[in-house]
Design a protein around this ligand. Structure first.
Ligand SMILES: *Cc1c(COP(=O)(O)O)cnc(C)c1O
Length: 404
């Protein structure tokens, strides 16, 4: 049979066709009124997408560039920071903070789990300058409690800045950035916003901007104060990734359309979409007899699944690729060979989700010896979740609400 390549990877994610067209048409110079209008419009849309009143900055880099920028612009050598680490991206925070001379404390929990707030409280010191965490840890498929950590910092009257890598959290998880008091929030282009890799975006609270005034770490390309000054005029400090910015505008228009033209409502719809795809997938793999890697606090960004005993997860990844051109990811680092991950970030719909579950049933039938296996069990479980979350009952409830 014909095979259509489909990405089920937690970044890069599938591209929005309208964004690809916008990229192809973006033959404009960046020091022109035309670009300035585009840039200012996209930065304004991003504020709504992130859900903050603060300026959002765009950087021409992958997501890690914005992680590095938040350390280099907000800390000084010797500053104490606390990393909440539960996977490969948590470990990246530790590596970046160390590279900039910070004294790093770490609360770490095994892969597949999340931290207890009590452990965070115990690790917090008076001199802790920043708490670094992920909203969702893409390497394990776990959701972390950003709200809980934010509230804890308030309760402890900590002056530590809360810096959140929400690179796969934005667009898959409800985040009340300003309401909770998140000081820095970071996103990346190749995740929920459905465009290629190459852009990072972040916003800083007033307290975080104050920290940029005293921070001593070196910075040049990622000088956020300079970038903000330029952004307010519709300029970027250096040559911006013009085509990606045009693509981002088209993608944010698409997301707004999911909310009837209201971008905040569209973001909410996007989060619900990811949650439904994730819930369908979890129900399906459990119905197959496979075990979830992160059963307790699963992220809607991606679902991580254990390969059955004695099977290398690479076999499942390869079978899905070779037979169905479906690209799922293996585990990273020590998790390689143990788990595979199916993403739900951005442009995934009901059809994609049903398709990957159907393909997984085929792989299970031929390559996995699962007790009690039968075609249709996983699909039935997913269908049921879909119907419950979006079906007639919910519509009736909504109608009844609207009629009040
Ligand atoms: C993708 C991702 C990043 C950034 O990775 P880049 O390759 O630098 O874009 C950081 N954190 C999380 C949680 C991610 O999923």
């Amino acid at each position: 049979m014909i095979r259509k390549t489909r990405l089920f990877t937690p970044g890069p994610t599938p591209l929005l066709p309208a964004a690809q067209f916008a990229m192809a048409a973006a033959d404009i110079h960046h020091r022109t009124a035309e670009f300035r209008a585009l840039y200012l419009r996209v930065l304004e849309q991003l504020k709504t997408f992130v859900g903050t009143k603060n300026d959002v900055l765009l950087l021409a880099s992958s997501g890690t560039g914005a992680m590095e920028a938040s350390i280099s612009n907000l800390t000084s050598p010797g500053d104490r920071v606390l990393v909440l680490s539960a996977g490969k991206f948590g470990e990246r925070w530790t590596a970046i903070a160390k590279a900039f001379g910070c004294a790093v404390d770490v609360v770490s929990v095994p892969y597949g789990q999340t931290f207890l707030l009590e452990e965070v409280r115990k690790a917090l010191k008076i001199e802790t300058r920043a708490v670094l965490m992920q909203a969702t840890e893409s390497s394990t498929g776990v959701r972390h409690d950003v709200e809980g950590v934010a509230k804890l910092l308030k309760k402890q009257e900590s002056s530590a800045l809360l810096i959140v890598d929400a690179i796969t959290g934005l667009g898959t998880t409800h985040l009340d950035v300003d309401g909770w008091g998140v000081d820095v929030i970071i996103g990346g282009s190749q995740k929920a916003v459905m465009i290629p890799p190459g852009l990072a975006y972040l916003s800083l609270s007033d307290q975080a901007w104050e920290a940029t005034e005293v921070a001593q770490n070196p910075r040049y390309y990622f000088d956020l104060r300079k970038e903000r000054k330029n952004a307010q005029k519709g300029e970027s400090s250096y040559t911006p990734a013009v085509a990606l910015i045009a693509a981002l505008g088209a993608a944010l228009d698409f997301i707004a359309a999911q909310g009837g033209g209201d971008l905040a409502a569209g973001r909410k719809a996007l989060v619900e979409n990811a949650e439904t795809c994730a819930a369908m997938t979890r129900a399906a793999v459990e119905a197959l007899g496979l075990k979830l890697f992160a059963p307790v606090f699963p992220a809607a960004a991606a679902t991580a699944v254990y390969a059955p005993e004695g099977v290398d997860s690479g076999v499942i990844v390869k079978e899905l690729k070779n037979r169905f051109a479906a690209v799922v990811t293996n585990g990273q680092g020590e998790m390689k060979g143990q788990i595979f991950r199916i993403a739900h970030i951005g442009l995934f719909d009901y059809m994609d989700t049903i398709a990957i579950i159907g393909a997984l049933e085929q792989v299970a039938a031929s390559a996995l010896k699962l007790p009690g296996f039968a075609f249709g069990k996983a699909l039935a479980a997913a269908q049921k979740v879909y119907a419950e979350r979006t079906g007639a009952k919910k519509e009736a409830a909504e109608e009844a609400l609207a009629a009040r």
